[in-house]
Design a protein around this ligand. Sequence first.
Ligand code: ZN
Length: 212
Amino acid sequence: MLKFECKNCNKWHPLPFHVSSVEVRCPDCSQTILGADIYVTSGPLAITKEALQKNVHKYKRLVQNAEKEVEELKKRGAARGLDTTQDQGGAFAMHLRELLCGARDDTRYRVAEEMTLKYFFSGLNHVAKVVDISLTGVCLQTQDASSPKTGATIPLRFVDAGAEAVISGEVAWSGKAGLIGVRFTRLTKEQEDFIRELILKKCALETVSGAG
Ligand SMILES: [Zn+2]
């Protein structure tokens, strides 16, 4: 999760998005804060996004070491008949991984409320379930055996509360069981706002972990 501190009202506020701009506005006092320190947080850990991005390789190594350590502990624990999966080390490694995820500028958000869209492919309209979404693309669960393959260009039709947006996308990868990743090829300002709104409404504002 991202948050920043408003020096004016002395409160921490969550930021629902990866803000690319250098200024953020306090939702309480409407104060515009230039160059605010934006923190990436996960559980008890918090670090400024800037510092995190500068040292991503270091933190990646740290995560790998922590995970290795946890594996070792698990093995040793299992040998003695103990379950150490919920131990502190495991939680630490998980939070670290989550932090790294927050350093990405194309953070994906898991859809909390059922969301579908239509896409046009090989002369037909198809319905797909949105699995996660970011400002740069969507992961879709397609229903058809003949889902579009990597490299295909497909128009995506999002509908939300009567408003709709048709956004051009390119299939970046296609995986098992009809899962595909589609990158938006370009977004107008209006389309970007539409996607932001959609994420705010439909997604649990915690990020999706893992690479991709
Ligand atoms: Zn404030």
